[in-house]
Design a protein around this ligand. Sequence first.
Ligand SMILES: Nc1ncnc2c1ncn2[C@@H]1O[C@H](COP(=O)(O)OP(=O)(O)O)[C@@H](O)[C@H]1O
Ligand SMILES: O=P(O)(O)O[C@H]1O[C@H](CO)[C@@H](O[C@H]2O[C@H](CO)[C@@H](O)[C@H](O)[C@H]2O)[C@H](O)[C@H]1O
Length: 535
Amino acid sequence: MNQTTQAHVIVTPGAGHLPAGVLHLLDRWLPGRRWYPVPGEGVRNVPWLTVTFPHAPEVVVPLLRLEGPGLPGGDEALVVQVPLVLTPTAEPPEDTPGLVGTVTMSSGMVEVYDGGAHPACWLAYLRAAAGDVSEDALDGARALGGEQSNTSVVVPAFGSGAMLKILRTVALGPHPDVTIPEALTRAGWDGVPRFLGAVDLPAPSGGPVPAGTLLAHLGVMSALVADAHDGFELACDYARRDEDFGERAAELGAVVAQLHAVLRVALPAGQVLEPAAFVGVLRRRAAEAFADVRELAPYRAGATALFDEVRERLAASERGVSLQAIHGDLHLGQALYGRDGWKVLDFEGEPQRPVAERTAPDLPLRDVAGMLRSFDYAAAVGGATDPEWPERAQLSFLEGYREAQERAGAEERGTRPARSAAVTRPEDTEGYREAQERAGAEERGTRPARSAAVTRPEDTEGYREAQERAGAEERAQVHPGEAPASDTSGLDLATTDALLRALVLDKALYEVVYETRHRPGWARIPLAAVARVLG
Ligand SMILES: Nc1ncnc2c1ncn2[C@@H]1O[C@H](COP(=O)(O)OP(=O)(O)O)[C@@H](O)[C@H]1O
Ligand SMILES: O=P(O)(O)O[C@H]1O[C@H](CO)[C@@H](O[C@H]2O[C@H](CO)[C@@H](O)[C@H](O)[C@H]2O)[C@H](O)[C@H]1O
């Protein structure tokens, strides 16, 4: 058999020695897993490679290629990682947690466990990622439950605590959840949990690529953030109490701006944004969402008009917009609030997109849009009764982002704060503030306040006028040749605003598809946002 042994893993083509009975068990079991990326009907799970560990013969990890019509991810192979622990048994077991089922082999009956829930598997992965790890490191280890795209295991007794993340969908090539935290840790930035190591998948011999070449990453280890609160749960709690989330949101905005500044330096820069291609991708993603979810049909024309506007404005813009590494799927659930403030997690991008798309350099404004959407979710899920709760959090986030972005820009240039257009630049101007107050008064006086929307101020005439004035002021202040301070450098406010609305729409459409697939009861949240953005 053409197998590769590298460090702590052995890779064998196909199903290796895994009996067919186990594969049949998996066909029934997989579609019910939260991390299984497709509904399962009509999908075949075809063994691609099998990973085993020299010192843990009971741990077997089939990597299954999903095949069938209509799978997400385009032409890219969709591969899932299914770590298993096989233990011989004399009798059929009770229904133990993590038990997938039993199979009878020539050697007798074998219990098949979900490796994501099994200490023997955790130890094999920890050793593959971090070398010599003693069994004592497993004291108190536990897998996280709940709504996860991957399987995360808390390992409190490893050093000062670690988190092992088993990446369920295997993306070919270096995984951004490894490369980005590694680069940020190397750059000395402490806004991410410290990167501790990764589990590599080397190519087996006899295949199309030289044996040992990194095919993918299977897992990643990071330092455990002690006493941390999940950002989404925290925001929902505030929303439930109608307590202002402004301060936390502003701090988070500052961390996201730092993240973008560090990424800009730590990872290769992207091209300058090409308007037609950029808007082409927005259109394609929207078309996919419209094809997937019937309830979106009334918004097709509005989306087309917004994308047309963005394209025209970008094409008319005099200065280019630089793309860079970003988070790619930023929302409150990707941030932990602990003793040292906010830490950002989970850099794999939107799990339902092809890898090439989610790792491509992009606009930092996309992350901003993702976080804005998330405040809306927190308000809806937490049940804020104050209709202004999400908007206040959104504006505070933007304010924190802008301030930190200006600071980072000034540091990058070693001079003074940037004068080019930044994402929340409107607030800088007197005109904007006046208009915002006027808009607030109009809003309160005339119609019931609505729930959340990043686009709410834009609804008013006063805002638009002030925005145009501010845009003119701003353009007059941009000095050619000054270093760009943000992705939106050089763009006037109306373009930045249209771009942000388009990115909020793009995210909301993704969310409609995501929720329809995974949490249909929540689909109303992004559907309402689509309606709001398109007015
Ligand atoms: N280093 C860490 N320290 C503490 N908790 C963490 C750490 N990394 C992740 N978590 C927790 O695990 C959860 C899942 O992690 P995440 O990377 O977002 O996985 P997924 O891709 O499955 O959503 C997070 O919401 C967070 O609560
Ligand atoms: O599993 P991941 O965290 O990688 O991301 C996926 O799942 C998220 C849901 O957990 C989803 O985020 C959506 O729900 C959040 C609340 O649970 C909300 O804060 C986000 O704004 C909303 O997008 C994310 O889109 C998806 O990729």
